[in-house]
Design a protein around this ligand. Structure first.
Ligand code: ZN
Length: 254
């Protein structure tokens, strides 16, 4: 099942997304206030980020080839950092390029959406906390990250966490093709089977430190091929079994 959060007039509704790419229909999920049972072409409604998380937890260097391209050694444990929920945008909303950076990069990532409160998950039960999966772009001001030696500020600008277009339930995350294109040109071409720490291990590790709440998001790291985006670009993250998260890039005139 594909579940999207959409804005229908004044109302925010959860809808089931049905149909083929480009011709999707948004079908209100039973019990949603304001949905009134109306069906809409997905193209006619405004997509919102699929969840409103209390936190976005991310992992660095989770693909060996990406660690190598950054000149980083492989970490002996997952490198965890946080992105603020204020960085979230939906498919179709622009990434605003900040004046503080001259080198903003795309990072295509599989995102885990947590479905129920999770504290100290075990490898055996880790996947029972997952509601679904979606596409993410862990947008990064690489020059700032390099200058600081820390990821948080460089990855926390407003609009630096495109997420969506919807969440997909009942998906096996272990071997999903993941790509990123910029203006239609292939930049990243990876597979989630190459993660150094897989979905179960990440949930175990992260939930040992912090309680994960429903709708919390875990970004699972990016495969090789990260590179610059600039105002005027169109960047798209596609994950097998989920769909495509596309966003334009605009200069941030603050
Ligand atoms: Zn990342």
């Amino acid at each position: 099942m594909r579940i999207a959060r959409v804005s229908l007039g004044e109302q925010v509704s959860l809808v089931s997304v049905e149909g083929e790419p480009g011709e999707e229909i948004a079908v209100p999920i039973d019990g949603q206030a304001g949905a009134r049972g109306e069906r809409h072409r997905l193209a006619d409604v405004v997509l919102l980020p699929p969840v409103q998380p209390s936190k976005i937890v991310a992992v660095g260097r989770n693909y060996a080839e990406h660690a190598a391209e950054l000149g980083s050694t492989l970490a002996e444990r997952p490198r965890i950092f946080l992105k603020p929920p204020s960085s979230l945008i939906a498919r179709g909303q622009p990434i605003r390029y900040p004046a503080e950076s001259q080198e903003v990069h795309h990072e295509a990532e599989l995102a885990i959406i947590i479905g129920r409160e999770c504290r100290r998950a075990s490898v055996e039960d880790a996947l029972t906390y997952v509601l679904g999966y979606t596409c993410a772009n862990d947008v990064t001001a690489r020059d700032i990250q390099r200058a600081e030696g820390l990821p948080s500020y460089a990855k926390s600008f407003d609009t630096f966490c495109p997420l969506g277009p919807w969440l997909t339930t009942n998906l096996d995350p272990t071997a999903l093709h993941i790509t990123c294109t910029v203006n239609g040109e292939l930049r990243q071409n990876g597979n989630t089977r190459d993660m150094l720490w897989d979905v179960r291990q990440l949930i175990v590790h992260i939930s040992a430190a912090m309680t994960l709440l429903p709708d919390d998001v875990i970004l699972t790291g990016t495969p090789a091929g990260v590179g610059p985006i600039k105002p005027g670009d169109e960047v798209a993250v596609t994950i097998e079994g989920i769909g495509t998260l596309s966003n334009s890039v605009v200069q941030d005139h603050h």
